[in-house]
Design a protein around this ligand. Structure first.
Ligand code: FE2
Length: 440
């Protein structure tokens, strides 16, 4: 007797008519005809030929700032620098309770969207480490339904920020604060080399932070080269440090937008170096397309990193949400299909295989970058998956498909009704669901 049996599912690899049997918190069996051969289960869900995907994973987010839109004021210019300034205005007024309440509300949205793992950066440039304490509490609270991975993120730069500015007499350096956050249990080492005062201090910050990660055996995920400046090449240093310190497979460069504007010859050397060092990349399409190119008139650069070229060069690439209703971005609703949809358009990844890669960029690829255990719809994996109102990954992106059922560790944690519009047109169908149906 199984605990849960999903019947007649399509999987992301194209297999049809699959039944998924769950025992406890794990997938016990996947295959055609389990139900027909008499498999019994306490609970049964008919997927009716729709797609069952492993859950969405967000490789790059800022949960300490999310849902703070309009506090203390909105970002009038919509630029990155006004966003950073606005966050600086908001930070002194934050309370742990308010951060926890907003983050918990966001995690509710995430679960409803089938987004069950999030890597979030948490600002460590605060002598109180308020957001760090708050998000550690959130990580504990949401653990039964969502994997939250925390990155120690020095928003104002480990060499540029002086904690005594915010707390007179404070003797900690920004680097000390980041190390304290790691001591408290933050999972990953972050950084922001392009925000340090000079290229040299940016490079120095990468070296210091990578060495700290190597000492502690931690993963690294830096905001790297989030600029349109083609000479911002901190990804080169991050790749070199990864190789030098033996951190292969544990380092991610987030944003890498300068790569959009770099010299082609230089990029032809850089991408193979990244692949050799197994450095992954996370683009944030919704944010990159709205924040980059702001100093351009026309032509106006898209600014997103070179996703198809990185993939072709053997680099793992994820798409992150980055922001939802915060000082940098006023929109969003925890929908990783919206992220994939934008990434697909900005990168012009409209070929069939490329569209499937965009779906993988919000599921399998970030799962590997986060190092998630037991991820996937296969025997032995955790029973975490999403039944989508779509027949394949491409249709899921096209429709930003409804998450009909979300399962976490074998338990249904969210459901949503099918999406359809009722029509009142003479001689036409009574409803539409935006899917093509061809006879035969
Ligand atoms: Fe970010």
């Amino acid at each position: 007797m199984f605990d849960l049996l999903i019947t007649d599912a399509r999987l992301t690899d194209g297999r049809e008519g699959q039944d998924i049997a769950v025992l406890g918190d794990r997938i016990a069996e996947v295959g055609a005809g389990l139900a027909a051969r008499g498999a019994q289960a306490r609970e049964r869900i008919d997927a009716a030929g729709q797609l069952v995907s492993p859950p969405f994973v967000d490789a790059h987010f800022h949960m300490d700032a999310t849902l703070s839109w309009g506090l203390p004021r909105v970002n009038r210019s919509g630029t990155l620098l006004e966003g950073i300034a606005l966050w600086g205005e908001l930070k002194p007024t934050l309370t742990a309770d308010a951060i926890i309440e907003r983050a918990m509300a966001y995690c509710d949205w995430a679960v409803a969207r089938g987004l069950l793992a999030v890597r979030t950066h948490v600002d460590t440039c605060d002598p109180r480490l308020l957001a760090v304490e708050a998000l550690l509490e959130v990580r504990r609270k949401v653990a039964p339904w969502l994997d939250l991975q925390l990155v120690a993120f020095p928003q104002d730069g480990i060499l540029r920020y002086d904690p005594a500015r915010d707390k007179p007499g404070c003797t900690d350096s920004a680097f000390d604060l980041l190390k304290k956050a790691l001591d408290l249990g933050v999972d990953v080492v972050g950084g922001i080399p392009h925000f340090e005062r000079t290229m040299d201090s940016g490079r120095e910050s990468v070296r210091l932070l990578a060495e700290e990660a190597a000492r502690r055996g931690l993963r690294v995920d830096m905001h790297c080269d989030e600029t349109d400046d083609p000479l911002s090449r901190h990804i080169e240093t991050l790749t070199h440090e990864t190789q030098r310190l033996g951190l292969q497979g544990r380092v991610n460069g987030s944003h890498l937008t300068s790569m959009h504007s770099m010299d082609n010859y230089y990029v032809s050397k850089l991408i193979p170096l990244m692949a050799e060092a197994q450095v992954s990349a996370t683009a944030n399409p919704l944010i990159n397309i709205t924040i980059q190119g702001r100093h351009d008139t026309y032509p106006k650069r898209r600014g997103m990193t070179r996703v198809p070229e990185l993939l072709a060069g053997g680099v793992e690439v994820a798409f992150g949400h980055d922001c939802v209703m915060d000082p940098w971005y006023s929109l969003g609703s925890a929908d990783m299909l919206e992220v994939a949809h934008m990434g697909l358009h900005v990168a012009q990844m409209t070929g069939e295989a490329a569209m499937r890669q965009c779906f993988a960029a919000v599921t399998e690829a970030p799962a590997r970058i986060l190092g998630l255990e037991g991820y996937g719809v296969a025997p032995g994996c955790f029973a975490d998956f999403v039944l989508l109102q779509a027949r394949d990954p491409i249709e899921a992106i096209r429709l930003r498909a409804a998450r009909l059922v979300v399962v976490r560790r074998g338990r249904v944690v969210a459901t949503a009704p099918r999406q359809a519009s009722t029509l009142a047109l003479d001689g036409r169908p009574a409803s539409v669901d935006f899917m093509i149906r061809r006879p035969g």
